[in-house]
Design a protein around this ligand. Sequence first.
Ligand SMILES: [Zn+2]
Length: 430
Amino acid sequence: MFDLLIVNATLPDGRTGQGIGIRDGRIAEIAPGLQAEAGQIVDAGGHLLSPPFVDPHFHMDATLSLGLPRMNRSGTLLEGIALWGDLRPTLTKEAVVERAVRYCDLAVSKGLMAVRSHVDVSDPRLVTVEALLEVREIVAPYLDLQLVAFPQDGYYRHPDAAAALERALDMGVDVVGGIPHFERTMEAGRASVEALCRIAADRGLGVDMHCDETDDPLSRHVETLAEQTVRFGLQGRVAGSHLTSMHSMDNYYVSKLLPLMAEARLAAIPNPLINIMIQGRHDTYPKRRGLTRIPELMAAGIDVGLGQDCVMDPWYSMGTGDLLDVAHMAVHATQLGSQDDKRALFEAVTVNSARIIGLQDYGLQVGCHADMVLLQARDPAEAIRLRPNRLKVIRRGKVIAETAPEVTRLSLPGRPGELDPAAYAPRDAS
Ligand SMILES: [Zn+2]
């Protein structure tokens, strides 16, 4: 007897006709054609059942603030940072909580159930930290929120940042952040990486830095981050976010850098939507894309998770809370277009990101939390192409969000009355 039984599901690895039995909030059994008594039975109709989407890089303290105090006219990173600097002193805890919780509603509706959010610690009032710690509690029943202490204005560049970052960690923020490329000199950036890795080692925490989010090929803080990771014994607990300078680096240098990153078990978190939007702004033509070398990172055995970074905030006016938008952009911007590539990018917005942020009991295996999302698609490649409706979003064995399947009725002479999605599948999906 299961609490919930899902029948006729297709799994991301291609297994079809699978039954998933759920008991006490965990996956109790997975088998083809599984039949049993259950409190509730969901017929997946052959659709794709996936573990939840995981966003390893987000800014929940800024989300949904688009237009406050005004719009970003140039669309640049620097105007975004200046705008945020104007908005930050006016923020109230209540307003940040309200926007963040409203964002989490949207996220859950898209099957996104875990988010690593950076939280700005540059305002010594730490309103953003207080707010997001409260949000972490509020949303815990349906979304795992992990927080990174992020010195947006520079760990050394802003005089209060070092003390504020330590206080944020004392208050319960989970991970140490940084922004070495925004310090005033290369040396200050290097020193910040070292200082922040030391703090993480002393406190037994992980590190996730905004690292080299620039088009400057000589911005090489990722090298320092890998080296300090090894020095402090932090292998497997450190991520470099963005890494856009790698796009512009010399190829010979990158051939030396990739093995160093792999040895340090450094994770990479590119943010394709933001990177393609913000990088290359000083170029005329040809214009660089700015996205880091995702195929080469993956080929070097480096864990790659893809993040959203922003949804409707001073840096980015777009965004939907849908990690499939991120994967869709990655397919185009990296030219990773084969079926295998798309499966790898689907993993980059699900299992890879879950591993990078250290989620426990995640996945579609017996014993894991019964957290999953049923998509109106047949396989991961089609899911990325269509970014389809999330028919059911399930958390600990309970349906927490539902969207009706999309059906289009046609009124065309001599044509069927309903558009058949199956008629648009590739002849060979391998
Ligand atoms: Zn960011």
